[in-house]
Design a protein around this ligand. Structure first.
Ligand SMILES: [Zn+2]
Ligand SMILES: [Zn+2]
Length: 256
C-alpha cells in the first residue's frame, strides 16, 4: 500500500495567500504528495492562522484524497503562552511544538540574523534548548519541530551540541514525543538537515520516535530531499517512523 515513503507531516498550505483554506488551494499539495510516493500527508499550519483553519475543509480533503490526510498544527512555543490548553482541545491528529523565538527575538526570521552576534554561542544554544525542554514538558506536543533550528545561520556552540541539548532530549523522551527530521534545513544558510546526526543518534539512544518532514511552504516542496532524510534516519539505526492519528502514535516500518 502507498508509495513506501512514509508520512510528511509538516506541510504549510497557507504560505501563499493566507486564510481561508479551501480544498482547491490544498489540492496541489495532495497531488504533490501522491507524486512523491508518500503514504500519508499532514498539514501543520502555523498557529497564528488558527482562525483560518476549518476542520470541514480537511474532512472534505480526506474524503477526496488518494492517501490519508492528517491535520496537525505547528505551535510557536513561548513559555508565557496561556492558550495552549485551549488549542490542544481541538481535534488535531498531532501538535508540533516549535521554538522560533528567544524572548521577543524571532531568531529564524529574515533580517534577524545580526542579533546572533550579541550572544555567547553556548549561552544561545542553552537558552534555545531550555525552551525546547519547556515545550516538551507541557505534554501538549506529539512532535518537536526542527530540533536544532538555532543553527539556521550556521552559528555553532563551542561545547558539544549533544551536551547542551541533553536536558531537552530527556524531556522529550519523558514526554513520549517524537522528534522531526526536517529537510528544510538543507535549503537554509546552514545547509544541513535538522537535527544534526549526533543529536539524532542521542534521540535514538533515548528511544525517541522520529518523523521525516519537508516543512513545505509550496506544493513543489512536498517531500523535498526526502531520501536524504530517510537515509539519515536509517543510518542512525531507526527501523520505524512515527505516524499519528488522533494523537495516537502508530509506528510504521521503514522500507529497505
Ligand atoms: Zn517552524
Ligand atoms: Zn513549519
Amino acid at each position: 500500500m502507498g508509495g513506501g515513503k512514509g508520512a510528511d507531516y509538516h506541510l504549510h498550505g497557507l504560505a501563499h495567500g493566507g486564510p481561508p483554506h479551501t480544498v482547491e488551494k490544498l489540492w496541489p499539495y495532495v497531488e504533490a504528495a501522491r507524486k512523491a510516493g508518500l503514504d500519508e500527508m499532514g498539514f501543520a499550519e502555523h498557529d497564528r492562522y488558527l482562525n483560518g483553519l476549518e476542520f470541514g475543509v480537511f474532512a472534505e480533503l480526506r474524503r477526496l484524497a488518494p492517501l490519508p490526510v492528517r491535520q496537525g498544527i505547528e505551535i510557536d512555543f513561548h513559555p508565557t503562552r496561556s492558550d495552549l490548553r485551549h488549542i490542544a482541545a481541538l481535534p488535531w491528529d498531532y501538535l508540533i511544538g516549535s521554538v522560533h523565538h528567544i524572548g521577543n527575538w524571532a531568531f529564524d526570521a529574515p533580517g534577524e540574523e545580526a542579533r546572533f552576534d550579541e550572544w555567547d554561542p553556548d549561552e544561545l544554544y542553552l537558552s534555545y534548548f531550555d525552551l525546547v525542554a519547556r515545550a516538551a514538558r507541557t505534554g501538549f506536543f506529539q512532535i518537536i519541530g526542527h530540533l536544532d533550528l538555532i543553527k539556521i545561520y550556521g552559528h555553532r556552540p563551542t561545547r558539544p551540541v549533544v551536551e547542551l541539548a541533553e536536558p531537552a532530549l530527556r524531556a522529550i523522551a519523558e514526554a513520549g514525543a517524537a522528534v522531526e527530521v526536517n529537510t528544510a534545513g538543507l535549503f537554509k544558510p546552514v545547509g544541513e538537515i535538522y537535527p544534526s546526526r549526533d543529536l539524532l543518534e542521542r534521540c535514538f539512544a533515548l528511544g525517541i520516535p522520529v518523523t521525516v518532514s519537508s516543512d513545505a511552504h509550496s506544493p513543489e516542496e512536498v517531500g523535498r530531499a526526502r531520501e536524504e532524510g530517510l537515509a539519515l534516519v536509517r543510518g542512525v539505526g531507526y527501523t520505524h517512523l512515527a505516524t499519528f492519528k488522533g494523537r495516537q502514535l502508530i509506528p510504521v516500518p521503514l522500507d529497505g
